[in-house]
Design a protein around this ligand. Structure first.
Ligand SMILES: [Fe+2]
Length: 165
């Protein structure tokens, strides 16, 4: 814990953890508004990635004694965000991801720099989910038929989440 006080780190960690739970409900909601079955399944996988990232982060949230809001409460917030993007076509949504998500990688890397060493493996896995989603979006943009490979690889890696996802 070098540059930042504990309180800032804990608040940011809790915010980012909660954002993943919110994101799960958001992507599941977008699945219901998708362009077709393939896009539906991609949104469902994006929801699963959010859940996987949250599950990896939860043990350090708990270890620091932080108290996230209930899943039900966070899911309600996620649902309230669906309307912003439910009318996007799939490719509009891909462009949105490519435009906006790199900033999230920067935020997660900033969180890593605030963290004690013991938290880094889980936090690096949290950061990686965003990197892999951006890689997926780049592949979608390029029309790569194997666009989901980074998503499946992320979901297959369960060192942080065995038994909890
Ligand atoms: Fe996320």
């Amino acid at each position: 814990m070098a540059m930042t006080d504990d309180a800032t780190y804990f608040k940011t960690l809790l915010d980012y953890y909660e954002a993943e739970v919110i994101g799960e409900a958001y992507f599941r909601g977008l699945a219901a508004h998708s362009d077709g079955p393939a896009e539906h399944d991609k949104f469902v996988l994006l929801a699963a990635v959010e859940r996987h990232a949250a599950a990896a982060t939860r043990p350090i949230v708990d270890r620091h004694g932080l108290k996230p809001r209930s899943e039900a409460e966070l899911f309600e917030i996620g649902k309230s965000h669906i309307a912003r993007h439910q009318d996007h076509s799939w490719m509009e949504f891909v462009d949105y991801m490519l435009d906006r998500y790199p900033a999230y990688v920067d935020m997660f890397e900033t969180l890593e720099r605030m963290a004690p060493d013991a938290d880094l493996p889980a936090l690096k896995f949290l950061t990686r989910h965003e990197v892999d989603v951006i890689e997926f979006a780049n592949r979608e943009k390029a029309g790569d038929p194997d666009s989901l490979a980074p998503i499946h690889e992320y979901l297959a890696y369960d060192a942080f989440t065995s038994g909890s996802s």
